[in-house]
Design a protein around this ligand. Structure first.
Ligand SMILES: [Zn+2]
Ligand SMILES: [Zn+2]
Length: 88
């Protein structure tokens, strides 16, 4: 147990509402950190974030909510959806 090598993994969480240039900058930052020998792995995690209220899976709206947006559409939770049902 005298191994002085410490494995370091960093997870960078980026809200899905972040603009593309921010995501690319964070990706570049992650690659830069990964090149540093003290850090073994840099994970980029896109966090689903409601573009209307900013809630996430971990911090849902009061009373709970779920995702109502289709793939490719901006993340929107049920609390912020004014539609009674999904549109065709
Ligand atoms: Zn919302
Ligand atoms: Zn919500």
């Amino acid at each position: 147990m005298n191994d002085h090598t410490v494995s370091v993994t960093i997870t960078i969480q980026v809200p899905s509402t972040a603009p593309e240039d921010l995501i690319s900058r964070v990706t570049a930052l992650g690659a830069d950190l990964g090149a540093h020998r003290a850090i073994d792995q840099v994970l980029l995690e896109i966090v689903r974030t409601c573009h209307a209220c900013g809630c996430t899976d971990e911090r849902a709206c009061f009373g709970g909510c779920w995702w109502v947006n289709d793939d490719g559409a901006p993340d929107l939770c049920s609390s912020c959806s004014t539609d009674d049902g999904p549109r065709q």
